[in-house]
Design a protein around this ligand. Structure first.
Ligand code: ZN
Length: 279
């Protein structure tokens, strides 16, 4: 079974993360399959808009930090940068190379895809899942959707693609990080992080209808409008800000590796859940 499904529906390419048994936790196999699917959609002249979806009850539980198919120690054919393979290196030399490629590098690459992308979010959208929603241009969430970045519990200042203070107002971003609490779809709408909140059973139809409306616009106009807004965000410091926070992120990983069981402060999905439930 493929970890990512690709379908064409008229002018819309629907790219679906397909590990529902693990709430679509993102391993590297999925990262590279997503990259391939997005490139396929960009190369297809009939495709005007890309929808990113998650199979099952949840959009994405984040990066794979504990399923049997966790593949953080494997080599892949790198696509996002020129850093060396992380495999066979130690410490920060390995972590920085890997996360530059599969997290920050891939997300930046996807944000620059010259066709509009819509995230179709239901259920959980946690940590690494946020990164996937945030690289999309629009986010449509169902009423049951929620968003959270609980990695401060690992002593880490947010996920690798640090869009937080651009995705929501800075003071809200601090609350989001400091508490690690779930932000319900309605609240995400109020703070401007999602475009629309719709009933769960209408999610797909509403996303496709929106995608088709956008698809009626000329390709070049859409690509330039997307680039215009992305450039404005970068002029507001997004690109440089993310680079500087990526350094803090890796300071935290290194501190954890020095002072605890591993670079994630010994946390796994179970202990993260237990810590959240106990608070
Ligand atoms: Zn990391």
């Amino acid at each position: 079974m493929s970890v990512v499904r690709y379908e064409r529906r008229g002018p819309v390419a629907v790219v679906t993360m397909n590990r529902p048994e693990y709430r679509n936790a993102q391993n590297s196999a999925m990262t590279y399959a997503l990259d391939e699917a997005f490139y396929r959609a960009v190369a297809d002249d009939e495709v005007k808009v890309i929808v990113l979806a998650g199979e099952g009850a949840h959009f994405s539980a984040g990066h794979d930090i504990g399923t049997p198919q966790r593949d953080a120690h494997q080599s892949f054919d790198r696509k996002a940068g020129l850093w060396w393979d992380h495999v066979g290196k130690e410490g920060a030399e390995s972590r920085f190379a890997r996360e530059s490629e599969v997290y920050l590098g891939m997300c930046r690459r996807w944000r620059e895809i010259p066709k509009p992308m819509i995230a179709m979010v239901q259920g959980a959208c946690i940590a690494g899942g946020l990164m996937l929603a945030w690289v999309c241009d629009l986010i449509v969430a169902s009423e049951d959707a929620f968003f959270s970045d609980p990695v401060v519990r690992m002593g880490i200042p947010g996920v690798e693609y640090f869009a937080h203070p651009w995705a929501m107002p800075p003071r809200i971003a601090k609350e989001f990080l400091f508490t690690g609490d779930r932000m319900p779809a309605r609240r995400a709408y109020e703070v401007g992080m999602v475009n629309r909140v719709v009933p769960r059973d209408e999610l797909e139809a509403q996303v496709l209808a929106l995608a088709e409306r956008i698809a009626a616009m000329p390709r070049m106009g859409l690509a330039l409008a997307k680039k215009a807004v992305n450039q404005a965000e970068d002029l507001q410091g997004m690109h440089a800000g993310m680079d500087s926070v990526f350094g803090l992120h890796h300071l935290a990983h290194a501190h954890n590796a020095e002072t605890s069981a591993d670079s994630l402060a010994g946390m796994d999905p179970r202990s993260m859940k237990a810590a959240a439930d106990g608070s």
